[in-house]
Structure formats: structure tokens, C-alpha cells
Design a protein around this ligand. Sequence first.
Ligand SMILES: C[S@@+](CC[C@H](N)C(=O)[O-])C[C@H]1O[C@@H](n2cnc3c(N)ncnc32)[C@H](O)[C@@H]1O
Length: 218
Amino acid sequence: MVDNQHWLDRWKENRIGFHEATVNRHLEKYLAQFALPAAASVFVPLCGKARDMAWLAQQGYQVIGVELSQLAITSFFAENSLDFERSETDRFIIYESPNIRLLQGDFFDLRSEDLGACGLVYDRASLIAMESADRPRYLEHMLSIVPTLGKMLLITLEYEQTEMRGPPFSVPTDEVYQYYTDAFSIKLLERNDIVDESPRWRKVGLTALVESVFRLDG
Ligand SMILES: C[S@@+](CC[C@H](N)C(=O)[O-])C[C@H]1O[C@@H](n2cnc3c(N)ncnc32)[C@H](O)[C@@H]1O
């Protein structure tokens, strides 16, 4: 079972194969087409220590992330040579540098007021970190906290779930449409088989690994 302890253990044991050493190529490619207002805020759910957050802040955006692991958050600030201030609320420990606010705690404790008028949700390796039994709760919670007219860049993976246990979990495209279709217009930006981009996927037994990139407009 993939519970909160699973993730905390992975960070402690440095089993973080999901972490990308460089800025995500889809974020770099598609961000401009969202035409976000200057200084808009970008919400990064289940943010880990993604470099993408430092890059977004460099583009002038205000980043809000939520992450269970203190280790992930302090590593993020250290690796990006950023100082931070730390404070506590009843639900989160907050780490802040001028354009980046990371909330250490559980995504499911977030409320819409924590995100404010967030202009974009950037979901990379977040929805796919949820097992199928937990995904309805994740998707419903996301819908309950993001602003109605929000936008989202969503990156998912699909593969034959019997070939690998996950995480990452296979998220059928149908599920994305099922949950988000009432709130957003959904555009599939691209879809590629990336099984040969890393030797680890064939090694664990995958025969195909399809990455989909969606643009959602509220
Ligand atoms: C697969 S990683 C992806 C991290 C990041 N999005 C990236 O692209 O590198 C999933 C992250 O979500 C965090 N996480 C899992 N469940 C969470 C929850 N309920 N609330 C907050 N963070 C969570 C884990 O600690 C882990 O860092």
C-alpha cells in the first residue's frame, strides 16, 4: 500500500527515481501557451523537490507547493541555493523564499484559501503517484480547492498495470476525462511512448509506457 509513510521512507532512503535533474521539457514547451498574467501563482501538488519550481519562480511566477516530506523541501531550497523562512500553522509547516511557498503536510488537508487565485496547476508525477483506489479522492479534492476558472498542465503515464506495481501508477485517459470534463475543457497536447527513454522501464517488464500531456482550461 502506498501511504504517507511509503513516501517519507523513500525520501529517507533516497529512492527518488521520479526526480528530474533538469526542468521538465513539457513545462518548458507549453507554459507560454497558457498566457498567464505576470506574477500569477502556480500550484504544484505533491511537489517533491522539483527544479521546475525554481524555474517557474525565475519566470516571475509565485509558486505554491505541497509536499509531505520535510527532507524534500529542505533539499529543494539547499539545491537551488535559496534561503527560506519557516513558520507553522495548524495544518502545515511553511517554508518560504520570496517567490516560493512550500507547505509541508498532506495535500488532502489543503483548502481553497491556501491556494487563493492560483492561475495554473502543474501536475507532473502527482496524479500518477496515487493508486487507483485513492485517485477519486485526489481528483475530487483537487476540484474542490482549485479556482473555477483555473488552468492545468497535467502529465500522466499509461501502461499495462499488471506489468508493474507502481508508483508511478497507470492513469487511463478516460479517468482524466471522467473527473475533469465538467470543470475544464481538456486538450490532449501530446502522447508519446517513452518506454525506451530510460532502461529502468524495460528492466521492470514494461512493454509500453505512454506519456500524455493535457492542457485543461476552466
Ligand atoms: C512521484 S513524486 C513527484 C514529485 C514531483 N511532482 C516531481 O515531479 O518530482 C510524489 C511526491 O508526492 C509526495 N506526496 C505523496 N502523497 C502526498 C500527500 N498526500 N500530500 C503531499 N505530498 C504527498 C511524495 O512525498 C513525493 O515527493
